[in-house]
Design a protein around this ligand. Structure first.
Ligand code: ACO
Length: 394
């Protein structure tokens, strides 16, 4: 029994595992809240509508909206940095061709290896001065599409193409991956998706990058760690898994096993996690998801009923998740469908995320180095009690 002065709270204590709800540092780069996503003072819908990815990259890396001259210089510099060392490309091609179905040959693994190799030819690799960090950031931003494209073309047995200096970063990424000049709409949608993916404060991969940077390690090491964190299906890998789920639903319907509703009922009964849904911060919806869905839908509608069906299935999944679980899609859900109707191979979805988030990661690595203190939290020990070695039974 409780006395009137000892009223027990019926509220469960907050679950802070995974640092949920914990603020662990300051940043000037990005503000994430239930109501807004802001890159250095610019709201995401505003950026997606009015800016280009290169402008957003300038905002994140350099710190301000570029003038026309600054933007031209920035873009020219990026174009001039796109070529990747031939020896590195040969290694990328060899891995991509050799084991296309093994986990090690997953494009995220190839990209992680590629960044690691780039560190060996980067003259600034061990230099953590602000000027060297900026040069490395630009090289990484410029060269990641080249590596992604070379790996994809090699994996498909095609002859890789050189980056096209006449194309902006998004269009060049599509060109390098396919060897075909993208349509204006595909290039625009890729550009918007890169803007949406560019930055998200202390998400898992960025935090991993900051932890590594806080040891005063070099930028390439921090980026390799971030790629490893992004690869997981609870983070960036979800865009590939979201599309895999839609394909499973399509196959389930085609086999006469039922419809979207019965697939979802089975998923709920088995307590399956649905990829591309839920978010650690956004509990009322991810600001980026609706923006990307509407652009993806434009492509699907243009491509006809076979493309549009993925959005019809996705919309029903989304509706059921909302009605029955009150869980909203995150940006990875529409991303899966959008990249699919653009004809992009599914294993490249998360590497494309890297091509964008490299801007956020590098901005955070630079910010960490500017006012560094080693990131080293404490742990609450829950293991066995102290025992004398000679008295312990093995
Ligand atoms: N499918 C089914 N149920 C879910 C999902 C989901 N995708 N997401 C959350 N839930 C449920 C949980 O099971 C939990 O239910 P319970 O209270 O009955 O146990 C409740 O919603 C709260 O979820 P948490 O796991 O506490 O949320 P958390 O903040 O720890 O995790 C995460 C967030 C990892 C994103 C989670 O929602 C998830 O696994 N989603 C699927 C993977 C995904 O889409 N990741 C991409 C995130 S966005 C990005 O990285 C770009």
């Amino acid at each position: 029994m409780t006395s009137s002065t000892e009223v027990k709270s019926s509220k469960k204590p907050a679950d802070t595992r995974g640092l949920a709800g914990q603020t662990v540092g300051d940043t000037q780069i990005c503000q994430v809240s239930q109501t807004e996503l802001i890159y250095r003072g610019y709201e995401i819908a505003d950026l997606a509508e009015h800016a280009t990815f290169e402008e957003v990259a300038h905002v994140l890396l350099v710190g301000h909206k570029p003038t026309a001259d600054e933007l031209k210089r920035f873009k020219d510099e990026l174009v001039s940095m796109r070529a990747v060392d031939r020896g590195i490309l040969e290694v990328i091609g060899k891995i991509a061709r050799s084991e296309p179905s093994s986990d090690d040959a997953h494009p995220m693994g190839i990209l992680r290896t590629g960044i690691s190799l780039l560190s060996h030819v980067d003259p600034d690799c061990e230099d953590n001065s602000p000027e060297a960090q900026m040069r490395k950031s630009k090289r990484l931003l410029a060269q990641i599409p080249t590596i992604i494209g070379y790996g994809q073309m090699s994996c498909e047995g095609k002859t890789p193409v050189d980056p096209d200096p006449n194309l902006d970063l998004a269009a060049n990424l599509l060109w390098c991956m396919t060897g075909e000049k993208p349509s204006e709409l595909n290039a625009k949608v890729m550009d918007v998706s890169l803007i949406l993916y560019a930055e998200h404060d202390f998400n898992a991969s960025t935090f991993a990058a900051r932890v590594i940077a806080s040891t005063e390690a070099d930028m390439h090491s921090a980026v390799c760690g971030a790629i490893g964190a992004l690869k997981g299906p609870l983070h960036g890998g979800a865009n590939e898994k979201a599309m895999a789920m839609l394909k499973d639903i399509d196959a389930y319907i085609a086999a006469g096993n039922g419809d979207v509703d019965s697939f979802m009922a089975e998923a709920f009964a088995e307590k399956r996690k649905l990829m591309g849904f839920g978010h650690r911060v956004y509990k009322n919806g991810d600001h980026r998801a609706g923006i990307l869905r509407s652009w993806g839908l434009k492509i699907a509608e243009q491509n006809g009923p076979d493309a549009k069906k993925w959005f019809d299935i996705g919309d029903r999944v989304q509706q059921i998740m909302f009605e029955q679980k009150n869980i909203y899609p995150n940006v990875d859900f529409p991303c899966g469908m959008t990249y699919f109707v653009m004809g992009i191979p599914v294993p490249q979805y998360t590497p494309i995320f890297v091509a964008s988030r490299i801007t956020g990661w590098c901005a955070h690595i630079m910010e960490q180095h500017q006012d560094n203190r080693l990131i080293r939290p404490l742990a609450n020990y829950t293991g066995p009690a102290l025992t004398k070695w000679n008295e312990a039974r093995s």
